[in-house]
Design a protein around this ligand. Sequence first.
Ligand SMILES: *[C@@H]1O[C@H](CO)[C@@H](O)[C@H](O)[C@H]1NC(C)=O
Ligand SMILES: *[C@@H]1O[C@H](CO)[C@@H](O)[C@H](O)[C@H]1NC(C)=O
Ligand SMILES: *[C@@H]1O[C@H](CO)[C@@H](O)[C@H](O)[C@H]1NC(C)=O
Length: 262
Amino acid sequence: MLFSSHIKAALVLTAGAICLSPVYAVTTVIPSTSFSSYTTFESFWAYLYPWGSDHNGSARMVGNSTDHSHIGVESSTLTLIATPTTNAVPPTSTANPNPAIHYASGTIYAQSQITVTSTDSYTISGEFSAPTTFGTWPAFWLTAVNTWPPETDIGEWKGTANSWFNTFNTSSIVQSDIIDWPTDLSFHALKAVLTAESNDVDVKIDFYMDDVLQTTQYGQGFVGQPLWLIIDLQMEGSSGSPGPTGTTIYKVRNMLMTRTGS
Ligand SMILES: *[C@@H]1O[C@H](CO)[C@@H](O)[C@H](O)[C@H]1NC(C)=O
Ligand SMILES: *[C@@H]1O[C@H](CO)[C@@H](O)[C@H](O)[C@H]1NC(C)=O
Ligand SMILES: *[C@@H]1O[C@H](CO)[C@@H](O)[C@H](O)[C@H]1NC(C)=O
């Protein structure tokens, strides 16, 4: 106790000594309590993708403030649920490359867009219980609001015991770093820290698993580009097919987004 109060005193003195440098304030953009109730959830998140229910996998997303069959919050945990579906209308995804719809599932996105600038960096973290079964394609990712890319994937599970960190400079120039991921559905933490490079053009992204730095990637021209944060449970697509015949569950908790700015 005595020791820790000495440390605190030392920190206060240090802070006093550097008070002429710019003061960087940390702002909570999404608090770790955002999944604590539907009211709180709906003040930080929106249902489905920013562009609608479909993307480039075989799941069509379903959910709104009265239908929580595929997107739910309980015990401060987000649960996305995919179930097989037949006779979807329309039968194929409305998004390129228009795969057949085989599942109803859940997706949410953050209402706040993320724009890294020379003065604003972002830290985005959460704990994930992610299915790794063949044909299941959950993700936690940032994608361009305007022209694509930018895209940075903080977690992407493609039906194997791995998660992928990806940063796209163009559709074909991509850095991917693949980490081992436990298949037992235990929760593990992922974190990305996005900071502008000194050229004020590119963004440096440090990726962590369970608080250990795994890799650093660089996004070309990402400074000043607004991004959406998406948590989705897609199916098939990049994770192979056919996917599971039963229910698939993806859970996220302690999701936190902070902005550090001057
Ligand atoms: C929510 O979605 C259901 C179908 O899943 C639909 O019947 C209902 O009208 C929707 N409600 C709102 C408020 O959009
Ligand atoms: C993307 O661009 C950044 C900035 O120029 C560069 O550092 C990085 O290596 C590029 N990524 C790939 C995969 O080439
Ligand atoms: C699907 O789209 C995402 C980005 O929008 C991209 O990262 C991914 O490579 C695409 N995959 C397939 C299989 O089309």
